[in-house]
Write a new protein. Structure first.
Lengths: 441, 107
Protein backbone atom coordinates (compact mmCIF):
# COMPACT_ATOMS: atom_id res chain seq x y z
CA UNK A 1 0.00 0.00 0.00
CA UNK A 2 1.44 3.32 -1.10
CA UNK A 3 0.39 5.57 1.75
CA UNK A 4 0.96 3.15 4.56
CA UNK A 5 3.45 4.46 7.10
CA UNK A 6 6.14 2.37 8.71
CA UNK A 7 5.02 3.78 12.01
CA UNK A 8 2.49 6.18 13.53
CA UNK A 9 3.37 7.86 16.81
CA UNK A 10 0.58 9.28 18.97
CA UNK A 11 1.68 12.27 21.06
CA UNK A 12 4.48 14.77 20.51
CA UNK A 13 5.71 14.97 24.08
CA UNK A 14 9.21 13.96 25.06
CA UNK A 15 8.57 10.25 24.39
CA UNK A 16 6.93 10.78 21.00
CA UNK A 17 9.55 13.27 19.83
CA UNK A 18 12.40 10.99 20.89
CA UNK A 19 10.79 8.15 18.96
CA UNK A 20 10.26 10.39 15.95
CA UNK A 21 13.86 11.61 15.95
CA UNK A 22 15.09 8.02 16.05
CA UNK A 23 12.81 7.02 13.18
CA UNK A 24 13.79 10.02 11.04
CA UNK A 25 17.48 9.26 11.50
CA UNK A 26 16.88 5.63 10.50
CA UNK A 27 15.08 6.57 7.32
CA UNK A 28 11.66 5.44 8.36
CA UNK A 29 8.41 6.76 6.92
CA UNK A 30 6.30 7.91 9.83
CA UNK A 31 3.49 10.12 11.04
CA UNK A 32 3.69 11.87 14.41
CA UNK A 33 0.29 13.11 15.59
CA UNK A 34 -0.26 15.70 18.32
CA UNK A 35 -3.63 17.00 19.51
CA UNK A 36 -2.24 20.36 20.68
CA UNK A 37 -1.82 23.48 18.60
CA UNK A 38 1.94 22.78 18.56
CA UNK A 39 4.13 20.16 20.26
CA UNK A 40 4.41 21.05 23.94
CA UNK A 41 1.30 23.20 24.06
CA UNK A 42 -0.53 20.66 26.24
CA UNK A 43 2.37 19.59 28.43
CA UNK A 44 3.33 20.44 31.98
CA UNK A 45 6.43 19.35 33.81
CA UNK A 46 8.56 20.53 36.73
CA UNK A 47 10.91 20.20 35.09
CA UNK A 48 14.40 18.95 34.99
CA UNK A 49 15.29 16.62 32.18
CA UNK A 50 17.90 14.45 33.90
CA UNK A 51 20.80 12.66 32.29
CA UNK A 52 22.53 12.87 28.96
CA UNK A 53 20.15 11.30 26.44
CA UNK A 54 19.27 14.69 24.98
CA UNK A 55 22.83 14.80 23.68
CA UNK A 56 22.09 11.51 21.88
CA UNK A 57 19.07 13.04 20.17
CA UNK A 58 20.47 16.50 19.47
CA UNK A 59 24.26 16.20 19.61
CA UNK A 60 25.89 19.15 21.37
CA UNK A 61 22.53 20.80 21.97
CA UNK A 62 24.29 23.12 24.46
CA UNK A 63 25.98 24.94 21.62
CA UNK A 64 22.58 26.30 20.71
CA UNK A 65 21.05 28.84 22.98
CA UNK A 66 17.54 27.52 22.49
CA UNK A 67 15.08 24.92 23.68
CA UNK A 68 16.35 24.46 27.19
CA UNK A 69 16.53 26.96 30.08
CA UNK A 70 19.49 26.25 32.36
CA UNK A 71 21.79 23.35 33.21
CA UNK A 72 21.82 22.05 36.78
CA UNK A 73 24.93 23.06 38.63
CA UNK A 74 23.45 23.39 42.08
CA UNK A 75 21.17 20.89 43.81
CA UNK A 76 19.34 21.20 47.08
CA UNK A 77 17.01 18.97 49.07
CA UNK A 78 15.13 20.85 51.79
CA UNK A 79 13.22 19.57 54.80
CA UNK A 80 10.68 22.06 56.10
CA UNK A 81 8.63 22.71 59.14
CA UNK A 82 6.43 25.74 59.61
CA UNK A 83 9.26 28.17 60.24
CA UNK A 84 12.47 26.46 59.24
CA UNK A 85 14.22 24.92 56.29
CA UNK A 86 17.06 22.43 56.68
CA UNK A 87 18.84 21.65 53.42
CA UNK A 88 21.31 19.27 51.95
CA UNK A 89 23.03 21.47 49.43
CA UNK A 90 25.47 20.50 46.73
CA UNK A 91 27.10 22.76 44.18
CA UNK A 92 29.99 21.69 42.03
CA UNK A 93 31.96 22.77 39.01
CA UNK A 94 31.86 19.08 38.08
CA UNK A 95 28.34 19.76 36.91
CA UNK A 96 29.49 22.66 34.77
CA UNK A 97 30.83 20.74 31.80
CA UNK A 98 28.64 19.31 29.05
CA UNK A 99 27.07 16.84 28.71
CA UNK A 100 25.26 18.18 31.76
CA UNK A 101 23.70 16.06 34.47
CA UNK A 102 20.37 17.72 33.83
CA UNK A 103 18.73 20.71 32.16
CA UNK A 104 15.67 22.66 33.25
CA UNK A 105 13.05 22.89 30.54
CA UNK A 106 9.70 24.56 29.96
CA UNK A 107 7.70 22.13 27.90
CA UNK A 108 5.81 24.58 25.73
CA UNK A 109 9.20 25.79 24.48
CA UNK A 110 11.28 22.65 24.75
CA UNK A 111 8.93 20.26 22.93
CA UNK A 112 8.38 22.83 20.20
CA UNK A 113 12.12 23.23 19.73
CA UNK A 114 12.71 19.48 19.73
CA UNK A 115 9.96 19.11 17.11
CA UNK A 116 11.85 21.59 14.89
CA UNK A 117 14.92 19.39 15.24
CA UNK A 118 12.86 16.35 14.29
CA UNK A 119 11.56 18.22 11.24
CA UNK A 120 15.18 18.94 10.23
CA UNK A 121 15.95 15.22 10.52
CA UNK A 122 12.87 14.40 8.41
CA UNK A 123 14.03 16.89 5.78
CA UNK A 124 17.39 15.16 5.63
CA UNK A 125 15.84 11.68 5.31
CA UNK A 126 14.62 9.78 2.23
CA UNK A 127 11.07 10.53 3.33
CA UNK A 128 11.34 14.29 3.43
CA UNK A 129 8.03 14.51 1.56
CA UNK A 130 6.35 11.49 3.15
CA UNK A 131 6.95 11.72 6.88
CA UNK A 132 4.94 14.29 8.83
CA UNK A 133 4.44 15.97 12.15
CA UNK A 134 0.71 16.72 12.28
CA UNK A 135 -0.75 18.95 14.99
CA UNK A 136 -4.31 19.80 16.03
CA UNK A 137 -5.42 16.22 15.45
CA UNK A 138 -6.90 14.11 18.22
CA UNK A 139 -6.44 10.38 17.79
CA UNK A 140 -9.66 8.76 18.93
CA UNK A 141 -9.06 5.09 18.39
CA UNK A 142 -6.75 2.39 17.13
CA UNK A 143 -7.48 0.40 13.98
CA UNK A 144 -7.05 -3.40 14.16
CA UNK A 145 -6.88 -6.01 11.42
CA UNK A 146 -8.87 -9.24 11.46
CA UNK A 147 -6.21 -10.91 13.67
CA UNK A 148 -6.38 -8.20 16.30
CA UNK A 149 -3.08 -6.64 15.27
CA UNK A 150 -2.91 -2.83 15.39
CA UNK A 151 -2.58 -1.44 11.87
CA UNK A 152 -3.36 2.23 12.28
CA UNK A 153 -5.32 4.95 14.01
CA UNK A 154 -8.58 6.78 13.60
CA UNK A 155 -9.05 10.52 14.01
CA UNK A 156 -12.60 11.73 13.38
CA UNK A 157 -13.70 10.23 10.08
CA UNK A 158 -10.19 9.56 8.89
CA UNK A 159 -8.05 6.47 9.21
CA UNK A 160 -4.28 6.36 8.82
CA UNK A 161 -2.51 3.05 8.37
CA UNK A 162 0.90 1.85 9.49
CA UNK A 163 2.87 -1.30 10.19
CA UNK A 164 2.96 -0.32 13.85
CA UNK A 165 1.77 2.34 16.28
CA UNK A 166 3.73 3.83 19.17
CA UNK A 167 1.55 5.28 21.93
CA UNK A 168 3.35 8.19 23.58
CA UNK A 169 0.18 9.82 24.87
CA UNK A 170 1.30 10.64 28.41
CA UNK A 171 -0.12 9.67 31.79
CA UNK A 172 -3.76 10.24 30.84
CA UNK A 173 -3.41 7.25 28.54
CA UNK A 174 -6.88 6.83 27.11
CA UNK A 175 -5.75 4.81 24.07
CA UNK A 176 -3.58 2.46 26.13
CA UNK A 177 -6.73 1.73 28.12
CA UNK A 178 -8.81 1.31 24.96
CA UNK A 179 -6.21 -1.13 23.67
CA UNK A 180 -6.91 -3.25 26.75
CA UNK A 181 -3.41 -2.88 28.19
CA UNK A 182 -4.70 -1.06 31.27
CA UNK A 183 -8.00 -0.98 33.16
CA UNK A 184 -10.43 1.65 31.91
CA UNK A 185 -10.58 3.22 35.40
CA UNK A 186 -7.28 3.89 37.14
CA UNK A 187 -7.88 4.71 40.84
CA UNK A 188 -6.34 7.69 42.63
CA UNK A 189 -4.23 5.52 44.93
CA UNK A 190 -0.89 5.84 43.19
CA UNK A 191 -1.42 9.05 41.24
CA UNK A 192 -0.51 12.61 42.11
CA UNK A 193 -1.69 15.99 40.99
CA UNK A 194 1.00 18.50 40.14
CA UNK A 195 0.28 22.22 40.47
CA UNK A 196 2.75 24.79 39.37
CA UNK A 197 3.38 28.47 38.85
CA UNK A 198 5.84 30.30 36.67
CA UNK A 199 7.17 33.41 38.38
CA UNK A 200 9.01 36.00 36.33
CA UNK A 201 11.90 38.19 37.51
CA UNK A 202 14.31 40.64 36.10
CA UNK A 203 17.00 38.22 34.86
CA UNK A 204 19.82 39.96 36.74
CA UNK A 205 17.82 39.77 39.98
CA UNK A 206 17.18 36.07 39.43
CA UNK A 207 20.84 35.35 38.72
CA UNK A 208 22.01 37.28 41.75
CA UNK A 209 19.48 35.78 44.05
CA UNK A 210 20.21 32.19 43.10
CA UNK A 211 23.95 32.74 42.53
CA UNK A 212 23.84 31.74 38.89
CA UNK A 213 26.24 32.57 36.13
CA UNK A 214 25.75 32.17 32.38
CA UNK A 215 23.27 29.36 31.91
CA UNK A 216 23.91 27.65 35.24
CA UNK A 217 20.86 26.76 37.28
CA UNK A 218 19.54 25.32 40.50
CA UNK A 219 17.10 22.58 41.41
CA UNK A 220 15.52 22.45 44.83
CA UNK A 221 13.15 19.74 46.12
CA UNK A 222 11.14 20.10 49.32
CA UNK A 223 9.75 17.64 51.84
CA UNK A 224 7.47 18.49 54.77
CA UNK A 225 5.50 21.70 55.43
CA UNK A 226 5.51 22.40 51.66
CA UNK A 227 2.57 20.04 51.15
CA UNK A 228 0.66 20.96 54.32
CA UNK A 229 0.46 17.43 55.61
CA UNK A 230 -0.48 15.85 52.28
CA UNK A 231 1.80 13.17 50.83
CA UNK A 232 4.12 14.44 48.15
CA UNK A 233 6.71 17.16 47.77
CA UNK A 234 7.61 20.55 46.38
CA UNK A 235 10.04 21.80 43.77
CA UNK A 236 11.68 25.02 42.64
CA UNK A 237 13.76 25.21 39.46
CA UNK A 238 15.45 28.19 37.87
CA UNK A 239 14.71 29.03 34.23
CA UNK A 240 16.28 31.84 32.17
CA UNK A 241 14.27 34.69 33.70
CA UNK A 242 11.57 32.77 35.53
CA UNK A 243 11.34 30.09 38.16
CA UNK A 244 9.12 27.04 38.14
CA UNK A 245 7.64 26.42 41.57
CA UNK A 246 5.15 23.74 42.40
CA UNK A 247 3.95 20.71 44.27
CA UNK A 248 3.10 17.14 43.53
CA UNK A 249 0.32 15.94 45.82
CA UNK A 250 -0.88 12.39 46.46
CA UNK A 251 -4.37 12.34 45.01
CA UNK A 252 -5.85 9.86 47.44
CA UNK A 253 -4.40 11.75 50.39
CA UNK A 254 -5.69 15.05 49.00
CA UNK A 255 -9.12 13.49 48.76
CA UNK A 256 -8.95 12.15 52.30
CA UNK A 257 -7.59 15.36 53.81
CA UNK A 258 -10.12 17.56 52.08
CA UNK A 259 -7.60 19.99 50.66
CA UNK A 260 -7.43 22.17 47.55
CA UNK A 261 -4.20 21.98 45.57
CA UNK A 262 -4.04 25.72 44.78
CA UNK A 263 -4.52 26.58 48.46
CA UNK A 264 -1.59 24.36 49.41
CA UNK A 265 0.53 26.02 46.72
CA UNK A 266 -0.29 29.48 48.09
CA UNK A 267 0.51 28.24 51.58
CA UNK A 268 3.89 26.85 50.39
CA UNK A 269 4.77 30.22 48.90
CA UNK A 270 4.28 31.95 52.24
CA UNK A 271 6.93 29.84 53.99
CA UNK A 272 9.67 32.29 55.07
CA UNK A 273 12.38 30.45 53.12
CA UNK A 274 10.26 30.44 49.94
CA UNK A 275 8.86 33.95 50.35
CA UNK A 276 12.42 35.29 50.34
CA UNK A 277 13.34 33.33 47.24
CA UNK A 278 10.40 34.56 45.18
CA UNK A 279 10.25 38.15 46.43
CA UNK A 280 9.80 40.70 43.65
CA UNK A 281 8.54 38.14 41.15
CA UNK A 282 5.35 38.19 39.14
CA UNK A 283 3.23 35.10 38.56
CA UNK A 284 2.79 34.64 34.80
CA UNK A 285 1.30 31.14 34.53
CA UNK A 286 -0.62 28.70 36.69
CA UNK A 287 -0.87 25.11 35.51
CA UNK A 288 -1.71 21.62 36.70
CA UNK A 289 -1.26 18.07 35.48
CA UNK A 290 -1.55 14.58 36.86
CA UNK A 291 1.71 12.72 37.39
CA UNK A 292 2.22 9.08 38.24
CA UNK A 293 3.90 8.08 41.50
CA UNK A 294 6.07 5.49 39.78
CA UNK A 295 4.51 2.79 41.91
CA UNK A 296 4.66 -0.25 39.69
CA UNK A 297 1.22 -1.31 40.82
CA UNK A 298 -0.24 1.17 38.32
CA UNK A 299 1.88 0.02 35.45
CA UNK A 300 -0.12 -1.28 32.47
CA UNK A 301 -0.25 -5.09 32.40
CA UNK A 302 1.67 -5.17 29.15
CA UNK A 303 3.47 -2.47 27.18
CA UNK A 304 3.00 -4.01 23.76
CA UNK A 305 0.86 -6.19 21.58
CA UNK A 306 0.83 -7.00 17.89
CA UNK A 307 1.61 -3.77 16.03
CA UNK A 308 1.61 -1.65 19.20
CA UNK A 309 4.15 -0.30 21.72
CA UNK A 310 3.51 2.01 24.68
CA UNK A 311 6.23 4.35 25.96
CA UNK A 312 6.79 7.30 28.27
CA UNK A 313 4.37 8.10 31.05
CA UNK A 314 1.60 6.32 29.13
CA UNK A 315 3.47 3.24 30.29
CA UNK A 316 3.72 4.75 33.79
CA UNK A 317 7.48 5.05 33.45
CA UNK A 318 8.33 7.44 36.24
CA UNK A 319 10.39 7.50 39.39
CA UNK A 320 9.99 9.92 42.25
CA UNK A 321 12.19 8.68 45.05
CA UNK A 322 12.43 12.07 46.79
CA UNK A 323 15.56 13.63 45.38
CA UNK A 324 14.24 14.09 41.84
CA UNK A 325 11.30 13.31 39.59
CA UNK A 326 12.36 11.26 36.62
CA UNK A 327 9.68 11.12 33.97
CA UNK A 328 11.09 12.98 30.99
CA UNK A 329 14.35 11.06 30.77
CA UNK A 330 12.39 7.80 30.99
CA UNK A 331 10.06 9.10 28.30
CA UNK A 332 13.02 9.94 26.10
CA UNK A 333 14.82 6.63 26.49
CA UNK A 334 11.66 4.51 26.13
CA UNK A 335 10.69 6.45 23.00
CA UNK A 336 14.11 5.71 21.52
CA UNK A 337 13.80 2.01 22.40
CA UNK A 338 10.31 1.70 20.89
CA UNK A 339 11.51 3.37 17.68
CA UNK A 340 14.53 1.07 17.52
CA UNK A 341 12.18 -1.91 17.69
CA UNK A 342 10.10 -0.42 14.85
CA UNK A 343 13.29 -0.14 12.78
CA UNK A 344 14.28 -3.74 13.55
CA UNK A 345 10.76 -4.91 12.72
CA UNK A 346 10.85 -3.17 9.37
CA UNK A 347 14.10 -4.95 8.56
CA UNK A 348 12.65 -8.35 9.51
CA UNK A 349 9.17 -7.60 8.17
CA UNK A 350 7.70 -8.81 11.47
CA UNK A 351 5.50 -6.46 13.51
CA UNK A 352 3.66 -9.22 15.35
CA UNK A 353 3.21 -9.65 19.06
CA UNK A 354 6.49 -11.43 19.72
CA UNK A 355 8.47 -8.89 17.68
CA UNK A 356 6.92 -6.01 19.63
CA UNK A 357 7.89 -7.80 22.84
CA UNK A 358 11.47 -7.02 21.82
CA UNK A 359 10.75 -3.46 22.94
CA UNK A 360 9.59 -4.64 26.37
CA UNK A 361 12.72 -6.70 26.68
CA UNK A 362 14.96 -3.78 25.76
CA UNK A 363 13.11 -1.64 28.30
CA UNK A 364 13.53 -4.31 30.96
CA UNK A 365 17.25 -4.40 30.34
CA UNK A 366 17.59 -0.61 30.39
CA UNK A 367 18.32 1.60 33.39
CA UNK A 368 14.66 2.59 33.48
CA UNK A 369 13.19 -0.71 34.62
CA UNK A 370 16.26 -1.50 36.69
CA UNK A 371 15.79 1.72 38.65
CA UNK A 372 12.02 1.39 38.88
CA UNK A 373 12.45 -2.11 40.31
CA UNK A 374 15.32 -1.19 42.62
CA UNK A 375 13.72 1.92 44.07
CA UNK A 376 10.14 0.77 44.72
CA UNK A 377 10.86 0.83 48.46
CA UNK A 378 12.01 4.43 48.21
CA UNK A 379 8.78 5.32 46.38
CA UNK A 380 6.74 3.76 49.19
CA UNK A 381 8.87 5.44 51.84
CA UNK A 382 8.31 8.86 50.32
CA UNK A 383 4.58 8.28 50.58
CA UNK A 384 4.78 7.19 54.21
CA UNK A 385 3.08 9.63 56.63
CA UNK A 386 6.29 9.73 58.69
CA UNK A 387 7.97 11.44 55.74
CA UNK A 388 5.31 14.12 55.25
CA UNK A 389 5.62 15.62 58.73
CA UNK A 390 7.41 13.76 61.53
CA UNK A 391 10.75 13.47 59.80
CA UNK A 392 10.97 17.05 58.43
CA UNK A 393 9.79 18.43 61.80
CA UNK A 394 12.41 16.46 63.65
CA UNK A 395 15.18 17.50 61.28
CA UNK A 396 14.23 21.18 61.49
CA UNK A 397 13.95 21.02 65.28
CA UNK A 398 17.43 19.55 65.48
CA UNK A 399 18.69 22.18 63.04
CA UNK A 400 17.28 25.00 65.13
CA UNK A 401 19.04 23.70 68.23
CA UNK A 402 22.24 22.88 66.45
CA UNK A 403 22.56 26.32 64.87
CA UNK A 404 21.37 28.36 67.88
CA UNK A 405 24.02 29.92 70.10
CA UNK A 406 22.59 31.13 73.37
CA UNK A 407 25.37 32.10 75.80
CA UNK A 408 24.39 29.08 77.81
CA UNK A 409 26.04 25.69 78.13
CA UNK A 410 25.44 23.91 74.84
CA UNK A 411 24.28 20.32 74.66
CA UNK A 412 26.25 17.85 72.60
CA UNK A 413 24.66 17.16 69.19
CA UNK A 414 23.70 13.68 70.26
CA UNK A 415 21.68 15.01 73.17
CA UNK A 416 20.09 17.61 70.89
CA UNK A 417 19.12 14.90 68.46
CA UNK A 418 17.69 12.88 71.32
CA UNK A 419 15.53 15.85 72.37
CA UNK A 420 14.25 16.39 68.83
CA UNK A 421 13.40 12.75 68.44
CA UNK A 422 11.54 12.72 71.75
CA UNK A 423 9.53 15.70 70.65
CA UNK A 424 8.51 14.64 67.14
CA UNK A 425 8.75 10.91 66.83
CA UNK A 426 10.00 7.89 68.68
CA UNK A 427 13.15 5.86 68.35
CA UNK A 428 10.89 3.11 67.14
CA UNK A 429 9.67 5.33 64.26
CA UNK A 430 13.24 6.15 63.41
CA UNK A 431 14.42 2.61 63.63
CA UNK A 432 11.69 1.51 61.26
CA UNK A 433 12.41 4.44 58.96
CA UNK A 434 16.17 3.92 59.12
CA UNK A 435 15.84 0.26 58.27
CA UNK A 436 13.48 1.00 55.41
CA UNK A 437 15.62 3.92 54.25
CA UNK A 438 18.75 1.81 54.22
CA UNK A 439 16.95 -0.81 52.21
CA UNK A 440 15.32 1.71 49.89
CA UNK A 441 18.32 3.80 48.93
CA UNK B 1 11.19 49.72 48.67
CA UNK B 2 12.62 48.53 45.37
CA UNK B 3 10.41 46.23 43.33
CA UNK B 4 12.67 43.22 43.90
CA UNK B 5 11.90 43.33 47.61
CA UNK B 6 8.11 43.25 47.24
CA UNK B 7 6.51 39.99 48.33
CA UNK B 8 4.94 38.09 45.46
CA UNK B 9 1.26 38.88 45.23
CA UNK B 10 -0.89 35.95 46.35
CA UNK B 11 -3.33 35.21 43.57
CA UNK B 12 -6.84 33.89 44.04
CA UNK B 13 -7.84 30.97 41.85
CA UNK B 14 -9.81 33.13 39.38
CA UNK B 15 -6.71 35.35 39.06
CA UNK B 16 -4.53 32.30 38.43
CA UNK B 17 -6.94 30.99 35.81
CA UNK B 18 -6.98 34.45 34.26
CA UNK B 19 -3.39 33.75 33.19
CA UNK B 20 -4.33 30.61 31.26
CA UNK B 21 -4.69 30.73 27.46
CA UNK B 22 -7.79 28.73 26.56
CA UNK B 23 -8.55 27.51 23.07
CA UNK B 24 -11.54 28.40 20.93
CA UNK B 25 -12.51 31.19 23.28
CA UNK B 26 -14.27 33.10 20.57
CA UNK B 27 -16.67 30.20 20.04
CA UNK B 28 -19.78 30.57 22.13
CA UNK B 29 -20.79 26.94 21.65
CA UNK B 30 -18.12 24.41 22.55
CA UNK B 31 -18.28 20.65 22.80
CA UNK B 32 -17.59 19.65 26.43
CA UNK B 33 -14.84 17.05 26.72
CA UNK B 34 -15.88 15.94 30.20
CA UNK B 35 -19.35 14.79 31.13
CA UNK B 36 -20.41 14.33 34.72
CA UNK B 37 -23.44 12.41 35.89
CA UNK B 38 -24.30 14.91 38.60
CA UNK B 39 -27.21 12.75 39.73
CA UNK B 40 -24.51 10.49 41.24
CA UNK B 41 -22.73 13.47 42.83
CA UNK B 42 -25.98 14.55 44.39
CA UNK B 43 -27.23 11.21 45.63
CA UNK B 44 -24.73 8.51 46.55
CA UNK B 45 -21.29 10.16 46.43
CA UNK B 46 -19.85 10.02 49.97
CA UNK B 47 -17.13 12.68 49.61
CA UNK B 48 -17.83 14.95 46.63
CA UNK B 49 -14.05 15.26 46.42
CA UNK B 50 -13.88 16.74 42.94
CA UNK B 51 -15.34 19.94 44.41
CA UNK B 52 -12.01 20.49 46.15
CA UNK B 53 -9.33 18.45 44.33
CA UNK B 54 -9.98 19.95 40.88
CA UNK B 55 -7.17 22.49 40.37
CA UNK B 56 -9.48 24.72 38.33
CA UNK B 57 -12.59 24.47 40.53
CA UNK B 58 -14.76 23.17 37.71
CA UNK B 59 -16.86 21.24 40.20
CA UNK B 60 -18.73 23.56 42.53
CA UNK B 61 -21.33 23.27 45.25
CA UNK B 62 -24.20 25.72 45.37
CA UNK B 63 -25.83 27.12 48.51
CA UNK B 64 -27.93 24.01 48.85
CA UNK B 65 -24.84 21.79 48.65
CA UNK B 66 -25.72 20.61 45.15
CA UNK B 67 -22.76 19.74 42.88
CA UNK B 68 -22.48 21.39 39.46
CA UNK B 69 -19.88 20.92 36.75
CA UNK B 70 -18.68 23.59 34.29
CA UNK B 71 -16.08 22.58 31.71
CA UNK B 72 -15.03 26.10 30.62
CA UNK B 73 -12.12 26.57 33.05
CA UNK B 74 -10.82 23.00 32.72
CA UNK B 75 -7.05 22.84 32.25
CA UNK B 76 -7.07 19.18 31.15
CA UNK B 77 -5.00 18.01 34.10
CA UNK B 78 -6.77 14.67 34.45
CA UNK B 79 -7.26 14.83 38.23
CA UNK B 80 -11.02 14.24 38.27
CA UNK B 81 -10.68 11.14 36.07
CA UNK B 82 -8.77 9.43 38.93
CA UNK B 83 -10.30 11.20 41.93
CA UNK B 84 -13.89 10.27 41.15
CA UNK B 85 -14.27 6.67 42.26
CA UNK B 86 -18.04 6.79 41.81
CA UNK B 87 -18.13 6.33 38.05
CA UNK B 88 -19.65 9.76 37.46
CA UNK B 89 -16.93 11.23 35.24
CA UNK B 90 -16.50 10.39 31.57
CA UNK B 91 -13.33 12.02 30.46
CA UNK B 92 -12.05 12.69 26.93
CA UNK B 93 -9.55 15.13 25.48
CA UNK B 94 -11.10 18.26 23.99
CA UNK B 95 -11.66 18.33 20.27
CA UNK B 96 -9.04 20.67 18.77
CA UNK B 97 -11.65 22.40 16.60
CA UNK B 98 -14.77 22.61 18.72
CA UNK B 99 -13.55 21.89 22.25
CA UNK B 100 -12.01 24.15 24.91
CA UNK B 101 -8.84 23.14 26.70
CA UNK B 102 -5.50 24.89 27.02
CA UNK B 103 -2.40 26.08 25.22
CA UNK B 104 0.38 26.53 27.76
CA UNK B 105 2.83 29.39 27.25
CA UNK B 106 5.47 27.89 29.54
CA UNK B 107 4.25 24.44 30.63
C1 LIG C 1 4.13 19.18 38.12
C2 LIG C 1 5.00 18.15 37.44
C3 LIG C 1 6.37 18.16 37.66
C4 LIG C 1 7.18 17.24 37.03
N1 LIG C 1 8.54 17.34 37.18
C5 LIG C 1 9.36 16.56 36.46
C6 LIG C 1 10.77 16.76 36.48
O1 LIG C 1 11.28 17.68 37.13
N2 LIG C 1 11.55 15.93 35.75
C7 LIG C 1 11.01 14.92 34.99
O2 LIG C 1 11.76 14.20 34.34
N3 LIG C 1 9.68 14.71 34.95
C8 LIG C 1 8.84 15.51 35.65
N4 LIG C 1 7.49 15.32 35.58
C9 LIG C 1 6.97 14.19 34.80
C10 LIG C 1 7.05 14.47 33.29
O3 LIG C 1 6.45 15.70 33.00
C11 LIG C 1 6.35 13.38 32.50
O4 LIG C 1 6.75 12.13 32.96
C12 LIG C 1 6.65 13.51 31.02
O5 LIG C 1 6.10 14.68 30.53
C13 LIG C 1 6.11 12.32 30.25
O6 LIG C 1 6.40 12.52 28.88
P1 LIG C 1 5.54 11.81 27.76
O7 LIG C 1 6.15 12.20 26.49
O8 LIG C 1 5.42 10.39 28.09
O9 LIG C 1 4.08 12.40 27.93
P2 LIG C 1 3.55 13.90 27.77
O10 LIG C 1 4.62 14.86 28.01
O11 LIG C 1 2.33 13.98 28.61
O12 LIG C 1 3.13 13.98 26.24
C14 LIG C 1 2.02 13.31 25.73
C15 LIG C 1 1.60 14.00 24.44
O13 LIG C 1 0.62 13.24 23.78
C16 LIG C 1 -0.40 14.09 23.31
N5 LIG C 1 -1.61 13.25 23.20
C17 LIG C 1 -2.18 12.52 24.20
N6 LIG C 1 -3.24 11.84 23.72
C18 LIG C 1 -3.34 12.15 22.40
C19 LIG C 1 -4.24 11.74 21.37
N7 LIG C 1 -5.24 10.90 21.62
N8 LIG C 1 -4.07 12.24 20.12
C20 LIG C 1 -3.04 13.12 19.87
N9 LIG C 1 -2.16 13.51 20.80
C21 LIG C 1 -2.31 13.04 22.05
C22 LIG C 1 -0.47 15.16 24.37
O14 LIG C 1 -1.10 16.33 23.89
C23 LIG C 1 0.99 15.36 24.69
O15 LIG C 1 1.61 16.29 23.83
C24 LIG C 1 6.63 16.24 36.20
C25 LIG C 1 5.25 16.22 35.98
C26 LIG C 1 4.44 17.17 36.58
C27 LIG C 1 2.97 17.17 36.30
S1 LIG D 1 -16.31 12.47 43.18
FE1 LIG D 1 -17.50 11.88 41.35
S2 LIG D 1 -19.55 11.49 42.09
FE2 LIG D 1 -18.49 12.58 43.70
S3 LIG D 1 -18.98 14.74 43.34
FE3 LIG D 1 -17.08 14.34 42.27
S4 LIG D 1 -17.70 13.78 40.18
FE4 LIG D 1 -19.51 13.62 41.49
S1 LIG E 1 -9.36 17.64 34.13
FE1 LIG E 1 -8.51 18.77 35.88
S2 LIG E 1 -9.10 20.89 35.52
FE2 LIG E 1 -10.39 19.64 34.20
S3 LIG E 1 -12.23 19.30 35.39
FE3 LIG E 1 -10.90 17.53 35.76
S4 LIG E 1 -9.77 18.07 37.59
FE4 LIG E 1 -10.67 19.94 36.83
Amino acid sequence: MEDKFDCIIVGAGVAGLAAAMTLARQNMKFLLIERGEFPGSKNVSGGVLWGTDLHRLVPEYWKEDAGWERYIQHRRLTFMDEQSAFSIDFKSSHFQEPPYTGVVVLRSRFDRWLAEKVQEAIDASDYAMDSFIATDILVEDLVHDEHGQVVGIRAGEEEFHAHCVILAEGVNNLLTRKAGLQEAYVPADHMLTGVKEIIRFDQAVLEDRFQLHGNSGMSNEFIGYATNGVEGGGFLYTNRDTISIGLVLGLKDLREKNQKPYDILNHFKTHPAIADMIRGGEVVEYSAHVVSSGDNRVMPKKLSKGGLMVCGEAANLLLNAGKAIQGMDYAMRSGILAAEQAVASKASGDFGESAMKGYEKALNDSYIMKDIRNFQDAVHLLHDPVMTSKMPNLICDFGRNFFSIKNQPTKKSRAMLHDSIQKHASYWDLLKLGARGAKAL
Amino acid sequence: MSSSSQPVKTLSLPEKLGLVSYRNQSKSEIKPHIRVKTEICNSTCPHQCTTYVCPANCYTKDDLGKVHFQVEDCIECGTCMYACDQGAVSWEFPDPEIGRGVTWNFG
